[in-house]
Every structure is written in C-alpha cells, then in structure tokens.
Write a protein that binds this ligand. Structure first.
Ligand code: COA
Length: 337
C-alpha cells in the first residue's frame, strides 16, 4: 500500500493590485462595504494581454516541481482545475503539457469550481495509492477579472473574485502514516444555478440564435457569473462544517487535533464562522482572502503555499483542506504533513 504526500508547492499571482477604492471608481461600491461583508482589501487582476489561466498555472507549477526536487519529466499525470479556461475546449491541462514541454503524459481537466483543487488532490491521491502513478501535478488557476461584470449591476459578485494560480506535486510515499490520509467529496446539483455562469453552454441556446441576436442591442448577462450570495453563504457554513467533521471522524480525530485548517478562501466571514464553531485559534486557521480575494480553484493551493512558506505548516502537523462552491460541490482532505 502506498500513500501520497505533497512534495512541492508553488503559487503565482499577477502583479496588478486592484484595491477596493479602485473598484469604487468603476462601480457603486466602497471599501467599508466590501471589507465588512467579505474581509477583502485587495485582489489581483491580470493586465490584458499578459497572463492567461494556463500561463499562471504553468508559473505556479514550475515552482512546485522545483520544490519537489524532481525533473518535469518525472511528472506522470497532470490535473488542472479551473472554471475560467483559456479555451472552451481543449482544457488547460494539455496546454500545460505543451508549455512545460513535459512528455506526453495524460492531462485531466476538473470542472468543480471552488472545490476543484480538493477534487484534484483526491483524484491524484487515488492514482498514487493504487500504484499507477508516482508523481502527479495538480494545478488550480483562475482568470476571473476578464469575465466579470465590472459595473454596479455586477457588484455583488465582481468585488469578491480575483486572479491567480497555485500548484502542488503529489509524490508516492512508502510510509503510510504520513501524507494524505483521506479525502471526502460531495455534490448537490439541485442548487446548480445558485452560483453559475450559464453561457457559453450548449444547453443555453443555439449558436444561430446568438448570431441573430447580435443586432438586437440587448446585452446578454448570462455571460456573467450569477451568485445568490446569502443562499450560498448559508449552505457554505453548513457544508464546510459537515465535511471537516466527516474527514476528522474517518481518521478518529476531532477538531482539537487540527494544526492548520486551510479553508477555500470564499469569504473571511465564512472562515471566521467555522473557526468559532470548532473553537480554533487564529494560529490554526489560515486566511489570505484579504490580499487576493476569492480565487476559486486557486485559493487553497495559494493559501497552502503561503502557509507553508511562512512556516505555519510543519512536518507532523495535521492539515485540513476544505472547500465549498458552485455545483454545489464540497469536500475535504485530511493530511498528516
Ligand atoms: N458594494 C456596495 N453595496 C453592495 C455591493 C457592493 N459590492 N454588492 C451588493 N450591495 C448591496 C445590495 O445591492 C443590497 O442593497 P439593497 O439592500 O439596497 O438592496 C445590499 O448591498 C445587501 O446585499 P446582499 O446581497 O443582501 O448582501 P449580503 O449581506 O448578502 O452580502 C455577499 C453579499 C456576496 C458578500 C454575501 O452574501 C456572501 O458573502 N455570500 C457568500 C459568497 C461566497 O462565499 N461565494 C463564493 C462561494 S465559493
């Protein structure tokens, strides 16, 4: 029986910082509202023509591979989680294979939004535990800013999301008491449209209709993300709690055993709710949404990398990753570092 451990981590965010005050110049919002409701102070936005979802993922991956101490051609499989791919198809997994010039290994794209990285880690872990692969590269990357409604109409969504990428290399471990102990995944498609981007999608309408509409002068808002914020919030706090408890319970552990909880950076208020519910100290929960906003599939690998870089994730620690998002989908990963 093999186990998998995270042998390398990396993240990349574009240089361009967009503060709440910057947003208030293009829409009716303000720093106080955003900070009070979400905890966000600033986020990064890609400057047009510079990075893409793939290029950010590649930069994060290069760091993770270097830190894993392996050659890029030691990678046996690529997993890429995003809701903002460069192309409708093919997905960015193959673009990473091309741009990193890795040999022709398999590349899988994951469509699980905020839970994408947790799903990706779970898939990678199963491949490694089964003995099929030795090193799996898992990337979460998002370029939200080009697709947001940056007017007052879109302010309930657009102030929350930011751009960036994070990556991890998972490596086969002979010792079974360390590494990824378990992962727990869920979905509830009943609420699919509560946090969604309906177009482009073949279920939306025929391309010929879109062409006919071009001259109608009406803006099609289904190309912007929609979020029923309060409904998402209520579900998130319940599902986060459940799936963390499920993961701990499966390993005969409790909240008191957590050394570091890395929640998906959805909203600082959600993280604080979970922290309070489990009686965790500030040292046991890592948050960086204040600086990057919600980067969806990238948020956990960015946060995990920063926590590790700051020495807040150490050998022997019990690290818990937890995510909730569009789908709805949610999940947790329990790691003995
Ligand atoms: N700036 C200023 N005012 C804003 C605003 C903004 N950016 N966005 C919305 N408002 C206004 C609304 O128009 C509304 O005004 P009204 O009362 O005059 O109608 C008021 O603020 C309250 O809006 P509401 O949507 O009820 O706010 P809220 O308290 O629910 O907070 C969220 C909105 C999005 C911050 C909150 O619902 C949330 O965090 N939800 C979870 C989001 C999340 O985690 N998503 C990712 C999941 S992975």
């Amino acid at each position: 029986m093999y186990n998998s451990r995270i042998s390398g981590l990396g993240f990349y965010v574009p240089e361009n910082v967009v503060t709440n005050d910057d947003l208030s110049k293009v829409m009716d919002t303000n720093d106080e509202w955003i900070q009070e409701r979400t905890g966000i102070r600033e986020r990064r936005h890609v400057v047009k023509g510079t990075d893409t979802t793939t290029s950010m993922g590649v930069k994060a991956a290069q760091k993770a591979i270097e830190r894993a101490g392996i050659d890029k051609n030691d990678i046996d499989f690529i997993i890429f989680a995003t809701l903002s791919p460069d192309y409708y198809f093919p997905g960015p997994g193959v673009l990473v294979q091309r741009d990193l010039d890795i040999k022709t290994v398999g590349a899988l794209d994951i469509r699980n939004q905020c839970s994408g990285f947790v799903y990706g880690i779970s898939v990678a872990d199963q491949y490694i535990k089964s003995g099929m692969y030795k090193n799996v590269l898992v990337i979460g990357s998002e370029l939200h800013s080009h697709g947001l409604d940056m007017t007052t109409r879109g302010r309930g969504v657009s102030v929350i999301f930011g751009d960036g990428a994070g990556a991890a290399v998972l490596t086969r471990e002979e010792e079974t008491t360390k590494g990824i102990l378990s992962s727990h995944l869920h979905s509830e498609g009943q609420h699919a449209e509560e946090l969604s981007l309906i177009a482009p999608g073949m279920g939306k309408r025929w391309v010929t209709d879109i062409l006919e509409d071009v001259d109608s002068g009406e803006e099609d808002t289904s190309y912007f993300p929609y979020m029923n914020g309060q409904f998402v919030f209520k579900n998130a706090v319940v599902r986060f709690s459940e799936v963390i408890m499920e993961g701990l319970g499966a390993n005969n552990l409790g909240p008191q055993d957590i050394d570091m909880l890395i929640p998906h950076q959805a909203n600082l208020r959600i993280s604080q709710f979970i922290q309070k519910k489990f009686g965790l100290s500030d040292d046991q929960v890592f948050n960086n949404i204040m600086s990057y906003g919600n980067t969806t599939a990238a948020s956990i690998p960015i946060a995990l990398t920063e926590a590790w870089e700051q020495g807040k994730v150490k050998e022997g620690d019990l690290v818990v990753l937890a995510a909730f998002g569009s789908g709805f989908t949610w999940g947790s990963v329990i790691i003995r570092w």
